[in-house]
Design a protein. Structure first.
Lengths: 314, 657, 190
């Protein structure tokens, strides 16, 4: 039994309840015991660092201090924004011990900051600590036939010197996990383009434009759905999709699911556990592709065909 | 009693602005041995030198101190002044009060002046202990070794050989010609590269003074200027070049196909091959990594079809030796692998190619018969996006420097694209257009006006796929807008980088290289073709990225240097070398270990006077010793002395401060 | 037209460099950030121009720009910058300078963005955590745009996408104290 300190983030009890719920299910299957940080608070994303300097560090720091009191030394974070804030803060504090001490002693009551905890996103935890092989071994209902576009967003892999995880431009970890479940991960160029993030409320037109472009390229990839690991990305791509369709005249019908929902499905949990009705874009049609057998691709070697033909003539 | 003259230079304002020169002159006068102490604006000028010459004679000086710039700059000048006045030139000492004081202490004139005083006092004290020294003469082997058979090596070899000096030209691939042989037309005149290069290649092969050794590498270099010994490994070609007529029957019949590196792997060659039709020598070699006969003992078709019986599967590598007097290194360049540009999908998209791949395609003799084709579907592209500075000027992914030639060859590619595909359009993303060279700006104008290539100022940030097109996104800073070009083909102008074998070669030759792997010249401005090691010269891109005209000019300069070196029958060498006293040498041979030039050998001498028993002592090879002093420092019995830096000289210096 | 040579070029540049830890002088204006930035099209001065403005010492113009308010800190620009300049840190630095020195843009969008962040921080102060629907509603009330996104609300509510209620947390009290202390600290630093 592995233990993991868990930071759910504010959205876990609201918009991304299905993420939190399925995450807990699959972690149980994978023999990981999650221990939620008692009395955790909002990490401040995304407003604290926009408006303040000290508070931006203090809010995540309080959570780090609380987490350090627990036995386990790895913290898993569901939300990508929380993950980023926590990781950026930790890096900054560790690089500036004087600043860390100042904030620790003047703002935070909960005890001493030691900096001895490892922070990982849940995607990173699944990929690095558990690994695709173990995940594959738990699959009872392979997702064969399902084509997915894995969307990582900005913060899971960027900035590189903060996350130290996967590629900031063309990451593959989620793709590999999806392939382990039996699904087909499509070539998708907008894996790490921004969806508009917190402009969801204040600048809806920006979100519609950015998310619209992501949906367009995902559709082009031939995927049946988009898979995400971030609640904000999910809500921007899913909740805003009908508006985007209406404003652009394009039809996407691309459901947006959390990678943990698909893991739960492949691990054999009943569909009702996935909390599918929470999705604005209906999921059923996409899921109906599971079990489809792909026609074997024609063995046409188009590459450099003409080139070779000409050189043969010679 | 010593009689020292001190000559302090203003160096215009370089020294005088930051050091109180008159005070320094007065300070020097306080040393009792100083008989004359004067100042002058430019001591290195003719009147300045005359001042020194006159003072030597009038004051019967026994040594001279010049307080001026670095001895690297003008030591020779002042030594000559001493000689002209009938004085031994090694009685000169230079106090470097410019680099060591005025330039580095510009904010504190008082401290700079004090330091100058110290430096001059030291030089005076040292000069008092100076002894008369005489140049050493060493014999010279009049044969040059040229490493690399690209245009730089070819030009250097031809120019040296035309002076009737024998040249050994070593090329690692089966044919000379190098990168230039891969080019289609050349900027800014659009001469056909093959047409201007091939005659030179043929000249090399037929020149009575050139020994061409293809498919070979230099593996060892011993000795010193004028007297080097090189070991050259001739790789097994499995073809007897003496009997082979180059008929081509073997290549035609060989059943094994291998990606063709000459054509940037766009098409295939055979396992027995000549790299290209105009190859020199025009003899095939067997690629041992792919030949099934050599790998598995099956096939043997080439031997069967060869009428001359030239195929020899049992051939092995051979090491030969050459005695030479000078080396020209011309190993050329590599191109940077653009894989780190993940945001462009490099490696995922077939229709993103490099400039050299494009060059091979537009070449009339290339794999697509001169027509650019999309690798994905073989279609002729209409919209072609060229992206400059791929890896160049990019510290994050590639290298910091500008590769110098990409602006020009990209303009050329735009023009060539238009020649080959009339209804095409070239889009060029650039940061700056660097077209400094004769006829270069005019050439870029031709691309912009006649060809109507669209120049967009900005670095591309992203390439993604849309249907069978590639969407190329970048800012056009001129209109302050982000633009996307719908492209059929994307061509990356990848950076010029130093050949990856340069560091190993540099170590083998005993010369230095920079952080990028380029071989280092002795002085960036005044000695751009010499290395710090006497008798080794640099030509072409092995020293830094450059275009063909510059490469050829540097190669000819190398030839002039080699000819100059070989002009007399002996070489003169500075006498600042070590000597070992047999009496004190204990034979520990630590000096042999620390000597970076392998200049110390061993010698057996009688144990005592008239004794028949022998003992081993160390001995300096005068020709090789560079006077670095490492042996002096390591010698526990103080048996080694370095002329010009003897213990009394150094002790005098120390006592003076 | 801007006449150069009148501004104090160094003071502003040094302030930005110090606060951000980046060196704006390294920017060589390649524009890769501009076409990378997902929101550069909404900025009155995209990142490349902001960098140049800082170099020129155009403090007023920079402080009144909307650019730093649009920056989402997605770090795409710095990840692709050939000179590895931490552009988001520069954006953050000029944003914080604008707040500290009380520059207030009249731009409607900037006002809305600032309002959003104020509400957000206020919410965290009150509850220790953040609740989306309250957030959305308060934003709409305070920007006098009551009916924005109302068409989404019933559907989202119905589907349990967003919740009305909020948990009361123990942390709320601790957080309120932190706000107070952080405020004090910031005042003390000035």
């Amino acid at each position: 039994m592995n233990k993991l300190t868990y930071f759910p983030g504010c959205s876990a009890h609201g918009t991304s309840e299905e993420f939190d719920h399925t995450l807990k299910l699959v972690m149980k299957t994978l023999d990981v015991q999650m221990e939620e940080i008692p009395d955790w608070n909002c990490c401040g994303a995304t407003s604290a660092h926009v408006m303040t300097e000290n508070l931006a560090l203090a809010l995540p720091m309080r959570n780090l201090v609380l987490a350090e009191k627990l036995e386990n030394k790895t913290m898993g974070i569901a939300c990508a924004s929380c993950y980023s804030r926590m990781k950026v803060t930790k890096k900054h504090l560790d690089e500036h011990p004087d600043l860390a001490h100042k904030i620790n002693t003047t703002i935070i009551d909960e005890g001493e900051y030691k900096g001895d905890i490892d922070v990982k996103s849940m995607l990173q935890y699944c990929f690095e600590e558990i690994g695709p092989e173990v995940i594959k071994s738990k699959v009872t209902k392979p997702l064969t036939g399902l084509k997915v576009a894995c969307y990582y967003g900005c913060l899971l892999t960027r900035p590189k010197d903060v996350t130290h995880f996967d590629s900031p431009e063309y990451p593959m970890s989620m793709d590999i996990l999806m392939e382990a479940l039996g699904a087909k991960a499509m070539e998708f160029d907008f894996k790490t383009e921004c969806c508009g993030a917190s402009f969801s409320i204040s600048n809806t037109d920006v979100v519609e434009s950015l998310s619209g472009k992501i949906l367009e390229v995902a559709k082009e990839s031939g995927a049946h759905m988009i898979v995400v690991a971030c609640p904000l990305c999910q809500s921007n791509l899913d909740m805003r999709q009908p508006d985007i369709e209406r404003h652009t005249g394009q039809k996407f019908a691309l459901p947006v699911m959390y990678f943990t929902q698909l893991m739960a499905l492949a691990f054999g949990f009943p569909e009702k556990e996935l909390k599918l009705p929470k999705h604005i874009v209906p999921v059923q049609e996409a899921l109906s592709h599971i079990g489809e057998i792909e026609p074997t691709p024609e063995k046409v070697k188009k590459t450099k065909k003409a080139v070779e033909a000409e050189s043969e003539v010679e | 009693m010593a009689r020292v003259g001190v000559f302090v230079c203003f160096c215009g304002a370089n020294i005088a602005d930051f050091i109180d020169v008159p005070a320094v002159v007065e300070e020097a006068k306080k040393v009792k041995e100083v008989k004359v102490s004067v100042l002058y604006k430019y001591m290195c000028s003719d009147p300045g030198q005359q001042m020194i010459r006159d003072a030597i004679i009038q004051n019967r000086l026994t040594s001279v101190v010049v307080a001026a710039c670095s001895p690297r700059m003008h030591e020779k000048t002042f030594r000559k002044a001493l000689s002209d006045a009938g004085m031994n030139p090694y009685l000169l000492e230079v106090a470097n009060i410019r680099e060591h004081s005025s330039w580095v202490h510009q904010k504190d004139k008082k401290a700079a002046t004090e330091k100058a005083n110290d430096l001059i006092r030291m030089a005076i004290a040292k000069s008092i202990a100076n002894e008369q020294l005489h140049e050493i003469s060493v014999p010279v082997t009049k044969r040059a070794l040229v490493i690399g058979g690209g245009i730089a090596g070819i030009q250097a070899a031809l120019d040296i050989a035309d002076a009737r000096i024998p040249v050994t030209l070593v090329e690692k691939s089966p044919s000379i010609g190098g990168r230039m042989a891969q080019l289609d037309e050349t900027f800014p005149t659009l001469d056909c590269s093959q047409c201007i290069l091939t005659p030179k290649m043929v000249d090399v092969a037929s020149h009575p003074y050139i020994e061409l050794i293809p498919y070979a590498e230099v593996i060892e270099l011993d000795g010193y200027v004028g007297n080097y010994k090189a070991k050259i490994k001739k790789k097994a070609s499995y073809v007897n070049f003496d009997t082979c007529t180059g008929c081509g029957a073997c290549t035609q019949k060989c059943p094994v196909k291998v990606p063709n590196e000459f054509n940037m792997n766009i098409d295939k060659r055979k396992a027995i091959y000549t790299p290209f039709p105009q190859a020199v020598p025009n003899k095939p070699v067997i690629d041992a990594e792919h030949c099934t006969m050599l790998l598995k003992g099956k096939c043997g078709i080439c031997a069967k079809v060869c009428e001359k019986g030239s195929i020899d599967y049992k051939m092995v590598d051979e090491v030969i030796e050459r005695e030479i007097g000078a080396v020209v290194v011309a190993t050329g360049y590599d191109l940077w692998d653009p894989k780190p540009y993940e945001e462009y999908g490099v490696g995922r998209y077939k229709d993103i190619i490099t400039s050299l791949e494009f060059e091979r395609m537009v070449s009339a003799s290339g794999p697509t018969n001169g027509v650019p084709l999309r690798p994905s579907d073989g279609k002729v592209p209409k919209n072609v996006v060229f992206i400059k500075c791929i890896g160049s000027r990019d510290e994050a992914k590639g290298i910091e420097y500008c590769s110098k030639i990409c602006c020009m060859y990209t303009a050329k590619h735009a023009i060539l694209l238009h020649h080959k595909v009339h209804d095409s359009h070239a889009y060029i993303f650039y940061m700056d257009i660097r077209a400094a060279g004769k006829g270069y700006e005019e050439f870029v104008k031709r691309a912009q006006v006649e060809t109507a290539a669209t120049y967009l100022r900005g670095r591309v940030s992203k390439i993604y796929k849309k249907g069978d097109k590639l969407m190329v996104r970048g800012e056009d800073a001129q209109i302050g807008q982000v633009v996307e070009v719908e492209a059929d083909l994307v061509v990356l102008a990848t950076a010029v980088i130093a050949p990856h074998e340069n560091p190993a070669l540099a170590r083998l030759l005993g010369i230095s290289y920079d952080k990028y792997g380029y071989l280092s010249e002795a002085h960036p401005k005044l000695r751009p073709v010499e290395t710090a090691k006497a008798g080794i010269f640099l030509a072409g891109c092995t020293q830094a990225p450059k275009d063909i005209p510059d490469t050829v000019a540097q190669a000819s300069a190398c030839a002039a240097k080699v000819c100059g070196l070989f002009a007399g029958d002996t070489l003169k060498k500075d006498p600042m070398i070590s000597t070992i006293s047999n009496e004190f040498c204990s034979g520990c041979l630590n000096c042999v270990k620390v000597c970076p030039y392998q200049a110390i050998v061993t010698e057996e001498i009688p144990l005592g006077h008239g004794s028949k028993e022998l003992r081993t002592v160390a001995k300096i090879n005068e020709g090789v010793c560079q006077g670095c002093g490492s042996c002096v420092a390591i010698c526990r019995s103080m048996a080694i002395s370095l002329a010009g830096f003897t213990d009394p000289q150094i002790i005098n210096e120390i006592v003076a401060i | 037209m801007i006449t150069l040579g009148l501004q104090d070029q160094n003071t502003f540049l040094e302030a930005v460099n110090k606060k951000s830890g980046a060196n704006v002088l390294e920017c060589y204006q390649c524009g890769k950030c501009v076409s990378t930035c997902p929101v550069s099209g909404y900025m009155d001065f995209p990142p490349r121009e902001i960098m140049q403005m800082i170099k020129l010492g155009l403090k007023e113009e920079t402080m009144m720009a909307n650019s730093m308010w649009f920056c989402l800190t997605c770090s795409a620009c710095s990840g692709r910058c050939p000179r590895e300049i931490d552009i988001p840190a520069v954006m953050e630095a000029i944003r914080h300078l604008a707040i500290e020195e009380n520059y207030r843009s009249d731009n409607k969008k900037v006002k809305e963005i600032r309002k959003f962040h104020d509400i957000f921080l206020d919410m965290v102060k009150r509850y220790g955590r953040n609740y989306e629907l309250r957030m959305m509603a308060e934003f709409n009330i305070r920007t006098r745009n009551l009916f924005k996104d109302m068409h989404l609300a019933p559907k989202a509510l119905l589907k349990g996408k967003i919740t009305i209620g909020h948990e009361s947390t123990k942390s709320a009290k601790a957080i309120q104290k932190m706000y107070k202390l952080a405020g004090k600290l910031e005042k003390g630093e000035k």
